[in-house]
Write a protein that binds this ligand. Structure first.
Ligand code: SF4
Ligand code: SF4
Length: 152
């Protein structure tokens, strides 16, 4: 298995950030619409990208950078089909597991890479002092439902 700790050819978050009016960018950009600055699979204004873009790091990137060897590249959002975002929501620490395309979160299949990644996430959250809740956000929806993930 190949490991990595950088975005590489992934630009999943360039399809779904909530870009604010104050960023001087487009408003109400629908999720799933690729940013107009993606060219040749990368950001064409990377050095001058918006603050919201600079701040965003998905869970895969954060965890991969914490680990010496990184994380499997197969779990990088563009490859896996799900993107996990850590957030504070209603006073809780939440990990939103968001499907990038319909059916990507193949959690019914115990051998799927998504399940292996969720197992890793579950183990990771147990090592943290703060409590985390994991929510699955199906493709095309805004709100997630609490994931009934059964760890091994
Ligand atoms: S989704 Fe994660 S890995 Fe992919 S480009 Fe964004 S921060 Fe990088
Ligand atoms: S400006 Fe660049 S980093 Fe920001 S969403 Fe667009 S392509 Fe991605």
């Amino acid at each position: 298995m190949e490991y990595g700790k950088s975005c590489g050819d992934c630009y999943v978050c360039c399809e779904s950030p909530k870009i604010k009016l104050s960023d001087g960018f487009y408003t109400n950009k629908p999720e799933g619409v690729i940013c107009k600055y993606v060219e040749d699979d990368k950001c064409s204004i990377y050095e001058n990208r918006f603050d919201v873009c600079k701040k965003y790091e998905c869970f895969w990137l954060q965890a991969a950078q914490e680990l010496k060897a990184g994380l499997p590249i197969a779990w990088r959002p563009r490859n896996l089909g799900v993107c996990v975002t850590p957030q504070r929501a209603e006073g809780k620490n939440v990990l939103f597991v968001k499907e990038i395309y319909k059916g990507a979160a193949d959690i019914a299949n115990p051998k799927s890479e998504v399940n292996r990644f969720l197992q890793f996430i579950y183990n990771w959250t147990k090592t943290r002092q703060r409590k985390w809740e994991i929510y699955l956000v199906s493709f095309g929806t805004d709100r997630g439902h609490k994931l009934k993930f059964t760890p091994k």
